[in-house]
Design a protein around this ligand. Sequence first.
Ligand code: MG
Length: 456
Amino acid sequence: MAELKNLMISVSGVRGIVGDGLTPDVALRFAQAYGSHFGPGRIVVGRDSRVSGDLIKFAVWSGLMAVGCDVVDIGMTTTPTTAMATEKPENKGGIIITASHNPREWNALKLLAPDGLFLSPEEGAHILERVQQDRYSFAAWDTIGKVIRDENAADYHIACVKKLALIDVAAIRKRHFKIVADPCNGAGGTILPEFLQDLGCEVIYLNLEPHGRFPRSPEPLPANLKDLCAAVVKHGADLGIAVDPDVDRLALVSEEGVPLGEEYTLAMATDFVLSHTPGDVAVNASTSLAINDIAHKYGVRVHRTAVGEIHVATKARQIKALMAGEGNGGVIYPPLHLGRDAIVGIALILQYLVEKSKPVSRVHADLPQYVMVKDKITLPFGVDAKAMVARLTEAHRSENIDVTDGLKFLFEKSWVHIRASNTEPIVRVIAEAPSEEEAESRVAALKAEFARLGTK
Ligand code: MG
């Protein structure tokens, strides 16, 4: 059995650099394990636009067919589109081949449960155990799976979004939004043109062709959106939108060419949804306090979870939330499905702008204003970062802290959060406050205290 190395393995799948860790053999084994775990049935397979997409896809197909699963091939597509297809009753699971916002040399398998959510930690552990033990349930020659082509996954996704009770397609069309959209040559190019045209938008595209040779860092952070900001101003557009390569994160740029920051994507969508359908909200521990202020306005509660989409989705289902998400542009609208989805995010934002009837910069200015500062501490390999955070937690036991995920200090209008990364030898330190100075100083103070712990 080949050793698994140079890979980042988590409950939701496996990722690595193609040719240096992530090989067809790794993809084949995870697909065999996945298919063996869930048993014969139809498994949806989508891929984003990465150059290695076909290479990994054929290994995944082969692995699934070898253990008796039929492959539902939905082609090059987005993560939320794959999740929506997986949720159809005739399908038994789903795998999306995407390394999300990682650089272009990466690829990954994201494994979905039959309900379209990411795998639970328990299911993920079962599948990893099968891979490590090379334990698969191979089918006989006459019961191997076949490939079924489904050409309509994107149409189905779009149709479901348009049918939502809160979305008035005619009103959005009437507004005739002028938009500049930048999908970074990712899978957004397979769905945005049809979707935005259907909503009556006039769209100027940057980096539309889904060829996977990303021209910039593909994470939709303000620093990566300079071309988009300039294009919005140049074309006199109402709005700029950027999505990450698998289209589960959405960032907005105002008509003035100012990036609004991913936290405000979720804040706007939340303000819109709660204004129509007030109900409790589920977000992760690092999401903006703006969500609390907005929830307070509508008399509802915010439930916070550990960082990670599966934790937020599970909590959202448990509390029957009508709105959920992660502050990194990950809008989850549970009445559609329990996954981050930039397509439904765009629909909610456009509907919100229709109702507000003012420029997006003004809509943003009306929301609670916070500044978030994100920093990290890189540790030597082998240091137990989680244990260090635990020691820090013990020292502050009596203070107003939240230990859902790492250690988070809560203040009146600010917070600072320290947590060990699950995937890298680093500790993340994030603070949010009404001013940048306060957020910076909270990060600096906590970093200094962490450094005093020493790396014993
Ligand atoms: Mg993504």
